[in-house]
Design a protein around this ligand. Structure first.
Ligand code: SF4
Length: 412
């Protein structure tokens, strides 16, 4: 379940299980023939996500699966007794004592290095975990409890994992973590890590996961504007709200004006920058006027990827106990309005690329010779008239036109 970091960790868990002789079925459900075991790498970002995790554990138990292991954020924030009651036979968490059997394999996979030849992903893109944990303590977020203090993975370890993935044919590395901009090692910061990863021979490009505005080095943004740096021109800055009052209540570390400043600097620096943001609609105390400020901010910039979430109480966070709860119906209405704006903006951004050049990493070539893949800005692109040999290639293309939020392009 959950975020890119969980996907990166999930690949490690799968690799470790396969190495231990398990045959892994990756459908996220118990399937038709009952499995011998069920491993859930869970997400606790909202109360609903946690309820979904417990539902899946109960379903696995009902399906008669004898061994059920829960890892990930729910394992760290939910009482172990509750998970066992739902059916878990093993819980892998930061506080868990010595585990045995399957839980020990999963725990070791999450803690230690897993040989990169054991990792496997569904596309040519591989998420690589560079960092874990966060100490920002935004008032709605359970992650600091679930994942603990920020820890950077060692530079050498990240590079050797990336090199091994590239040697196995992965063409794009996604640098993933909870608060990626916090990555440090001695005098090294994120920009030096990006440069080093991008220099791995055979790698087509590097992509940054979402980064906190104002803690991200300007140099990382500058690299997005340098084609030889091979860093995708896609910046995902979580916004959450455009109202200073709400940002303060959220304990975010910027004002709306500071967010605008960071976005404007990036847009000035990086041509045709893909711009992403997460927004929460209906945080406690959010008035119509606060919401309008968010709408105004979103309308002011060419966002290409807007992720909108109606606020959902996450038990155990300060926000869950705040007064001024917004009725769920209003949260949903506001979210729907923002989603519609986001879709409009995404299509407008795609249309704005007509005539421009872009790089497309080809994921597959269909039987009719149409290659499809993603641009650096994370737009889907189709390139007719290609051969199967193009799969995995990074093609320089000219965008002919947009169809909705996807592009039709021809090689340059
Ligand atoms: S920056 Fe805030 S929202 Fe993001 S993980 Fe840290 S506490 Fe949570």
């Amino acid at each position: 379940m959950g975020c890119r970091l969980n996907a990166a960790e999930g690949a490690r868990i799968r690799g470790a299980l396969e190495a231990a002789g398990w045959e892994v079925r990756e459908d996220g459900s118990p399937g038709e023939a009952p499995a011998d075991a069920f491993v859930l790498h869970s997400c606790a970002v909202t109360g609903a996500a946690q309820a979904e995790a417990l539902r899946r554990v109960r379903a696995a138990k009902r399906a008669g699966i004898p061994e059920i292991v829960v890892a990930g954020c729910v394992a760290n924030v939910a009482p172990e007794a509750e998970l066992r009651e739902a059916g878990a036979t093993g819980v892998v968490s930061r506080r868990a004592s010595a585990a045995t059997g399957l839980a020990a394999i999963v725990g070791a996979a999450l803690r230690g290095a897993v040989a990169p030849e054991l990792l496997s992903f569904a596309t040519t893109r591989a998420p690589v975990k560079i960092q874990d944990g966060c100490s920002f303590r935004c008032s709605y977020c359970i992650v600091p409890d679930a994942r603990g203090e920020p820890r950077s993975r060692p530079f050498g370890e990240i590079l050797s994992e990336c090199s091994a993935l590239v040697a196995r044919g992965y063409r794009e590395i996604v640098l993933s973590g909870v608060n990626v901009a916090c990555w440090r090692e001695g005098g090294r910061t994120l920009s030096s890590l990006v440069r080093a990863v991008a220099a791995i021979p055979g790698l087509a490009r590097v992509r940054m996961g979402s980064v906190e505005p104002r803690t991200t080095e300007e140099e990382v943004v500058a690299l997005m504007g340098e084609p030889e740096a091979r860093l995708c021109p896609m910046l995902h800055y979580p916004l959450q709200s455009g109202s200073d009052r709400i940002l303060r209540a959220m304990r975010r570390r910027y004002t709306a004006a500071q967010y605008r400043g960071a976005v404007e600097r990036a847009l000035a620096r990086v041509p045709r920058l893909g711009l992403g943001a997460d927004v929460i609609a209906g945080f406690p105390g959010e008035t119509d006027a606060d919401f309008e400020e968010t709408v105004r901010l979103v309308r002011d910039y060419p966002f290409s990827n807007l992720h909108v979430f109606p606020y959902s109480e996450r038990p155990g966070t300060p926000a869950a106990a705040m007064p001024g709860a917004v009725p769920v119906r209003v949260r949903r209405e506001r979210a729907r309005a923002l989603i519609a704006i986001g879709e409009e903006k995404r299509a407008a951004f795609a249309a704005s690329l007509a005539g421009a050049e872009a790089d497309v990493l080809v994921e597959r070539v269909g039987p009719d010779g149409t290659a499809s893949g993603w641009t650096g800005q994370y737009l889907r692109a189709r390139i007719p008239g290609r051969s199967p040999a193009d799969a995995g290639a990074l093609l320089r293309v000219r965008v002919l036109r947009a169809e909705g939020d996807a592009l039709v392009a021809a090689p340059v």
